[in-house]
Design a protein around this ligand. Structure first.
Ligand code: SAM
Length: 221
């Protein structure tokens, strides 16, 4: 993805239903649980999800912050938000707010207790300043978590890397100068560096056969 708003909306608008099917496939939920765990949310907290897509994380977030907390989902694409809205309507909407906006300049005054972005930062050409802006919205002790996919260097994963590359090419056309997979990985690394440089407490874990990387950071109290 080039960071072009029109291209993003057109791609995800067209594929919202199919994406939702993938986003909620068996097994994917456990990755989402891990990402939400990394936020160490308490009841009553406010959490913002950047690029919330079809809302696959929302129930996990809602469960942690409880009825007295707040979940805000920000996304650019109408079709994705519509599906997120359907999901929220089924589960109860009271403390969930879905906002159509550019997550690179989120309309969030802050401070908030946590920021989550899953499979999103790889879409921004200049991703580190975006992540730093998100970190700026965090309250003291607030946390950020970024979950992303990349090629795995584990031997057992080698046969799947071709499939991964094909998937990225279809979903994230890139800027034509480097391969979409390299471009995605470079952006994800830059985002992670932004977390490490701006959050004294931080960590990283890999799972899903090495395809998934979860970076988190915490602001000082
Ligand atoms: C790969 S999907 C991930 C969706 C969701 N986070 C998940 O884990 O299933 C990427 C999402 O980011 C959204 N997106 C891309 N660029 C964005 C931007 N600048 N601002 C807000 N949302 C954006 C797309 O509309 C899409 O819903």
């Amino acid at each position: 993805m080039t960071g072009d708003v029109g291209a993003t909306q057109s791609f995800y608008g067209r594929w919202a239903r199919a994406y939702d099917w993938l986003a909620t496939a068996p097994g994917v939920d456990s990755w989402r649980e891990r990402a939400v765990d990394a936020l160490a949310l308490d009841p009553g907290d406010t959490v913002v999800e950047m690029g919330c897509g079809t809302g696959a994380n929302v129930s996990h977030l809602r469960e942690r912050v409880g009825a007295e907390g707040t979940v805000v989902g920000v996304d650019l694409t109408h079709g994705m938000l519509r599906r997120a809205g359907e999901r929220v309507d089924c589960a109860g909407r009271e403390n969930v707010h879905l906002v159509r906006a550019d997550a690179r300049q989120p309309p969030i005054d802050g401070p908030v207790d946590a920021v989550l972005a899953t499979f999103v930062v790889g879409m921004f050409p200049d991703t580190r300043p975006v992540v730093e802006r998100w970190i700026d919205t965090l309250a003291p002790g607030g946390r950020i978590a970024l979950l992303n996919a990349g090629r795995s260097d584990r031997r057992a994963a080698a046969p799947f890397n071709l499939g991964f590359r094909a998937f990225v090419r279809a979903a994230a056309p890139g800027d034509g100068r480097v391969s979409p997979t390299e471009s995605l990985e470079r952006r994800v690394r830059a985002a992670r560096d932004g977390v490490y440089a701006n959050c004294p407490e931080h960590g990283f874990e890999e799972f899903g056969l090495g395809y998934l990387g979860l970076a988190w950071g915490e602001q000082p109290e």
